[in-house]
Design a protein around this ligand. Structure first.
Ligand code: ADP
Ligand code: MG
Length: 345
């Protein structure tokens, strides 16, 4: 039995204004996140991961981007109908976001502690100043900042990159949000610090039961951390399934390409099984039909891929893919692997 849905996104479409008119960065995407789970979102740069989450948070750049359609619900309540006040009441308290670059959230001219205290004070009105300070120091300690009492009075530039990331996490979790959206939270950090930050997030979730949306291009991290995964490509969801199913039996040619670019444990060399030719589309010149069709090895000249947008449909229990020929993916992978073995002989 799956837990209740906490966040539901339906047919969400986001457009950017460009000199050529409005262009879709996110095109009719739908997914659900359940209470307590880790929902991984993967896909090449430019696939619409961040824009989707900014839309969910009500943080799209004003005047540049707009939600052109769809629905976002938090525990059944529509977020898109909320005014600025209503959104502010939810943001930080129920949903909060951790960015790749901590300086997106931290103000360089305000002491770290004051910024965390402000986040606490925004949603916990009854607390005294000293109670807020104690709570902020406790939060800094809980995310692994040493000497939190002294660090409270320092500015962001006095923190290292890893410590700044922790301070931002402290701010994001200040009000025990029910969903944490972590957008490439460790991409800018070295491997050791990366592991420490992931541990901090895991311990926060263990304590608060928060669900997490983890956006990353690190498939290893997804394999270790996520319960379910959405693979995004060209502003759409290409595939959506449990993490084990995605890795064991991908049902979309794009997912196959992403996975094949991982170093294989069972391979004698670091050679890739398969690599995706070409580049992902930008906002302009998105292909018609299936957005992935110009790069797809399974297309095999079929016209339908160029004319008809494939719906995200269930291709196995709790496993959805947006490919007209998803049923052929397994055989295709085996063929490619066999041809590769033959070529190596
Ligand atoms: P991802 O997070 O998956 O790397 P994004 O969600 O940031 O990708 O971007 C999706 C698409 O929207 C890309 O084509 C990107 O160029 C475009 N985009 C993102 N932000 C802006 C912006 N401020 N102005 C114009 N286009 C943007
Ligand atoms: Mg991004």
């Amino acid at each position: 039995m799956m837990a209740d849905v906490i966040l539901s996104v339906r047919d969400l479409t986001v457009e950017f204004q460009t000199p050529d008119g409005p262009k879709r960065a996110v095109d009719n995407i739908s997914f659900d996140v359940h209470e307590h789970e880790v929902f991984g979102v993967v896909g090449e740069s430019g696939s619409g991961k961040s824009v989707t989450m900014l839309a969910v948070m009500g943080l799209l750049p004003q005047g540049q981007a707009r939600i052109a359609g769809g629905e976002v619900k938090f525990r059944g309540k529509s977020l898109l109908d909320l005014d600025t006040e209503g959104l502010r009441a939810i943001r930080g308290k129920h949903l909060s976001m951790i960015f790749q670059d901590p300086m997106t959230s931290l103000n360089p001219v305000i002491k770290i502690g004051s910024q965390i205290a402000e986040a606490i004070g925004l949603h916990q009105k009854g607390l005294s100043r000293s109670a807020i300070r104690d709570r902020a120091v406790e939060l800094l300690g809980s995310v692994g900042v040493p000497n939190p009492g002294r660090r409270f009075d320092q500015y962001p530039h006095e923190f290292s990159g890893g410590m700044r990331q922790r301070a931002m996490i402290a701010m994001a979790i200040a009000n025990d949000p029910s969903i944490l959206i972590a957008d490439e939270p460790t991409t800018a950090l070295d491997v050791t610090i990366q592991a420490q930050v992931m541990e901090v997030l895991a311990s926060v979730r263990e304590r608060t039961g928060a669900a997490m949306i983890l956006i990353t291009h690190d498939l290893g991290l997804v394999a270790e951390t996520a319960d379910r995964v959405a693979v995004m490509y060209g502003g759409r969801v290409a595939e959506l399934a449990g993490v084990d199913e995605i890795f064991a039996e991908p049902r979309h040619p794009y997912t196959v390409g992403l996975l094949a670019s991982l170093p294989r444990l069972d391979a004698s060399s670091s050679e890739q099984l398969y690599s995706i030719p070409g580049q992902p589309p930008g906002l302009r010149g998105r292909p018609s039909g299936c957005v992935f069709n110009p790069r797809c090895g399974l297309k095999r000249g079929r016209e339908r891929c160029e004319t008809e947008v494939p719906a995200l449909r269930e291709v196995a229990p709790a496993h959805a893919a947006a490919c007209h020929f998803s049923e052929e993916v397994g055989d295709w992978v085996r063929e490619v692997a066999a041809a590769k073995r033959e070529a190596a002989l």
